[in-house]
Ligand binder design. Structure first.
Ligand code: GLN
Length: 310
């Protein structure tokens, strides 16, 4: 191992130690009952860089439910499939509302504020359901290729739990359907959405699989074009303004990086030109963001001077 890697590894381990007791400050998501069984004191962090370093500490190889982090992959797939026409069906503005809010959707005629709140991701799921013969398989294949791991799969317990308790998501989908903004059958769209949310991955896999967003759309390991540089820029912009839901302003203010959280406790943060950070700790704050995950990303971003606003 070269010295830079040893230094970074030491930093990550020290950061985890400093957060050891802070998981008490949050609460593990239980509105999807299958998520509530996760141990609250697990935590990990991984950093993958575009020049090929992959470093991790703590439970960085422990798989967790990626939940809303899946919205990033879905958005890229949908943009690749239907191009700019996606922006006629979903906007790119922060919502200022909780991630699963239905309030704006009625007054804004079934057009979601952005693709990373639930309404927007369900809309994206409709695009995928309508444009792929098997959107679930296409999604898994996309993620497996990006992560370089054929074993990534769906946690069926989580999936069934989401189906059983996903009434609000169903309401969002039906409301959009009533405005003519959902093409496929609502049931199929929700099934896709719950499937992508139920995928299990670990910090190391997530950090590596999103490197293309830190590298103008090109996967630095394979040199494959995953999306255009313009679309990588656009996805990062949306993650900066909306990826942490109604805490996106505070995250930009204090950290300064595009990011996406999930209620499984995962948090990915893109550092354009450098790499990707993924942190995981299950207890959440009331915005649905991981308390320790945010602290970890904030600390490493500060130590390494990674903010895009410097
Ligand atoms: N599957 C979750 C839901 O639909 C995803 C939410 C999240 O991770 N913020 O509620």
């Amino acid at each position: 191992m070269n010295k830079n890697i040893i230094d970074l590894q030491g930093k990550l381990e020290a950061l985890l130690l400093a957060q050891r007791d802070n998981f008490h400050q949050g609460k593990v998501a239980d509105y999807i009952p299958a998520l509530a069984v996760v141990k609250p004191d697990l935590m990990g962090i991984s950093v993958a860089t575009i020049d090929g370093k992959v470093v991790g500490a703590g439970d960085y190889q422990h798989a967790f439910s990626i939940q809303s982090i899946s919205k990033v992959f879905g958005l890229v797939m949908a943009i690749n499939r239907i191009g700019d026409s996606i922006w006629q069906r979903v906007r790119m503005e922060p919502s200022g509302q909780p991630f699963n809010s239905i309030i704006q959707l009625q007054s804004e005629k079934g057009i979601p504020r952005n693709p990373v709140i639930n309404a927007g991701a369900i809309l994206v799921s409709d695009i995928l359901t309508s444009h792929f013969s098997s959107s679930k398989l296409a999604f898994l294949t996309f993620i497996r290729k990006l992560a370089g791991n054929e074993n990534i799969s769906i946690d069926n317990q989580v999936y069934l739990s989401e189906v059983k308790h996903g009434h609000l998501n169903a309401a969002l989908a039906h409301l959009m359907k009533s405005f003519g903004n959902i093409d496929s059958k609502v049931q199929d769209v929700l099934s896709h959405y719950f499937t992508q949310c139920s995928i299990s991955m670990n910090c190391e896999q997530l950090a590596q699989s999103l490197l293309f967003l830190a590298n103008k759309g090109i996967d630095p390991r394979t040199e494959k074009v995953i999306c255009s540089a313009r679309d990588a820029h656009r996805v990062n912009a949306i993650l900066s303004t909306s990826g942490m839901y109604d805490q996106s302003g505070e995250f930009a203010f204090s950290v300064g990086l595009p990011a996406k959280s999930g209620v499984g406790g995962g948090l990915i943060s893109i550092v354009p030109g450098y790499g990707v950070i993924c942190a995981w700790s299950p207890p959440l704050n009331h915005y649905g963001n991981s308390v320790v995950g945010m602290n970890l990303v904030a600390s490493i971003a500060e130590e390494l001077g990674l903010s895009i606003y410097h």
